[in-house]
Design a protein around this ligand. Structure first.
Ligand SMILES: [Zn+2]
Length: 380
C-alpha cells in the first residue's frame, strides 16, 4: 500500500493528544505520523460508520471521507452515535463532518453526500488508503468490494443483523475478497424475517472492530482478518472465526475475472431505487402503467397491511412465480424495510430484467403516507 510518507513532525499539542499512542511501541511517533499522513473512506455514516468514524478521528487518521446521501431520522438515533436529536432532518455526511471536526479540528474530513454507484465509486476510492464498508444494502456491498479490488484498496467489510455481526478484511493480493466469501448467485435470495431489527449496541461493537482493522492496515501492524470471517453473537457473547480462501474463479479477484470495470455490472445498473415519495410521484406520472407493485413479504406481514395496488409474491416463491410479472411491466419490489426487495431486484436483474426497489419498504411508505390498509377480505 502506498501512503504519502511526506510526514510533518508531531507538534507539542499532538504529543499531548496522542500520548497513549506514543506510549505503544507498535505505534509510537512514527506510527502516529503515519496515521496523520493516511486517509480512510467510510461508506455509510450509520450504525457502523458512526463509531468507526469517531474512533478514526480520535486516533488522528489525517483525512476521513464519509459517503452518505441520507438525512438523519429519529429511528437512527438508537445506534448512530454521530448524531443528536437536534440533527433530525439534516444531511448525514455534513453533520458527521462537523461532529468529527469538533472532536479533532486538525483533521481533514470530506463529506460525500452522493449515492455511491458504478460511475463514481472508483473516483472516490482512489483518493483514500483504506475503505470501511458499513452499508446495509447488499448491492452496495458488492459494489464497494469490486471497486476496492479494481482500485487496489484495502477493505474492511462489516455487516450486522439482529444480534449478530460479521467482519472481514481484504488486502489486494494478500487474500480473498467479499465476493470470494459470498459469490453473488444464491446468496441474494435469502429471506430475512426480521430485517428491520438490530440491537442498538451491536454496530457499536462491530464498527469499533472495523476501526481497529483499518488502523492496523494503515499502521502495518498485527494480523488483519485476512481470509477469516469474524462472527460476533451478542446474545451468546461469543466470537467465532471461519476461514475462507480466495476462489480462483472469483468474478472480480479470480484468475480470469469477468468484472473488470464497474460499468460492466449490468445487474446494478438495471436496478433503480425509489423513496416512498418518488414512488408516489411515479404512480401519478407517465410510467405508472408500466409498473407493477410486488410485495415480497411473508403472508402474515402482507395480511397486516400493504401498499395500495400491490400484488403479493413472497420472496421464497419468486423464482417459481416470476412469469406472473408480465414482460411489459417493471416490478417495484416492496418488503418491510428494503432488504428482501433488493434481493428480489437482484434476482430479476440477474435474469436481464430491470427492477425497482422501494427504499425503506412498507415501513418507509407508511411513515410518509400513513398506516397501511389491509388487503380486501382480511378484516381480522
Ligand atoms: Zn474474490
Amino acid at each position: 500500500m502506498l501512503i504519502d510518507m511526506s510526514v510533518t513532525p508531531l507538534s507539542a499539542d499532538d504529543r499531548q493528544r496522542y500520548a497513549r499512542h506514543l506510549a505503544l511501541a507498535e505505534i509510537g511517533e512514527a506510527g502516529q505520523q503515519r496515521l496523520a499522513a493516511s486517509s480512510a473512506l467510510i461508506i455509510g455514516a450509520g450504525g457502523l460508520g458512526s463509531p468507526a468514524a469517531l474512533y478514526l478521528a480520535a486516533a488522528g487518521v489525517g483525512r476521513i471521507g464519509l459517503v452518505d446521501y441520507d438525512s438523519v431520522e429519529a429511528s437512527n438515533l438508537q445506534r448512530q452515535v454521530l448524531f443528536t436529536h437536534d440533527d433530525i432532518g439534516a444531511g448525514k455526511a455534513e453533520v458527521a463532518r462537523a461532529r468529527l471536526l469538533a472532536l479533532n479540528p486538525r483533521l481533514a474530513v470530506d463529506a460525500h453526500a452522493v449515492r455511491l454507484g458504478p460511475s463514481n465509486a472508483l473516483d472516490i476510492f482512489r483518493r483514500y488508503d483504506v475503505v470501511l464498508d458499513g452499508t446495509d444494502r447488499l448491492a452496495v456491498r458488492y459494489l464497494v468490494n469490486d471497486a476496492c479490488v479494481l482500485a487496489g484498496k484495502p477493505l474492511v467489510s462489516c455487516a450486522i443483523h439482529r444480534f449478530e455481526g460479521q467482519a472481514m478484511t481484504y488486502i489486494p493480493g494478500r487474500g480473498p475478497c467479499y465476493r470470494c466469501l459470498h459469490p453473488l448467485a444464491g446468496d441474494a435470495l435469502v429471506p430475512s424475517c426480521a430485517e428491520a431489527g438490530v440491537l442498538g449496541v451491536l454496530p457499536g461493537v462491530m464498527g469499533t472492530l472495523q476501526a481497529t482493522e483499518a488502523m492496523k492496515v494503515l499502521l502495518g501492524v498485527g494480523e488483519p482478518l485476512l481470509g477469516r470471517l469474524l462472527v460476533y453473537d451478542a446474545l451468546a457473547m461469543s466470537f467465532q472465526q471461519f476461514s475462507f480462501q480466495r476462489r480462483a474463479n472469483c468474478a472480480v479477484c479470480g484468475d480470469n475475472p469477468t468484472i473488470t470495470r464497474l460499468e460492466d455490472d449490468g445487474e446494478a445498473t438495471m436496478i433503480e431505487e425509489w423513496t416512498p415519495e418518488e414512488l408516489a410521484q411515479q404512480l401519478e406520472g407517465a410510467r405508472a402503467g408500466s409498473l407493477l407493485l410486488v410485495d415480497v413479504r411473508e403472508p402474515h406481514e402482507w395480511a397486516a397491511g400493504r401498499v395500495p395496488g400491490s400484488v403479493h409474491i413472497p420472496l421464497g416463491t419468486l423464482a417459481a412465480r416470476a412469469t406472473e410479472i408480465p414482460p411489459d411491466r417493471t416490478p417495484v419490489f416492496i418488503c418491510a424495510v428494503g432488504g428482501r426487495s433488493m434481493a428480489a431486484c437482484r434476482y430479476f436483474a440477474g435474469g436481464g430484467r430491470p427492477a425497482i426497489n422501494l427504499a425503506g419498504g412498507v415501513t418507509g411508505w407508511s411513515a410518509v403516507h400513513g398506516p397501511l390498509p389491509r388487503p380486501e377480505g382480511c378484516q381480522s
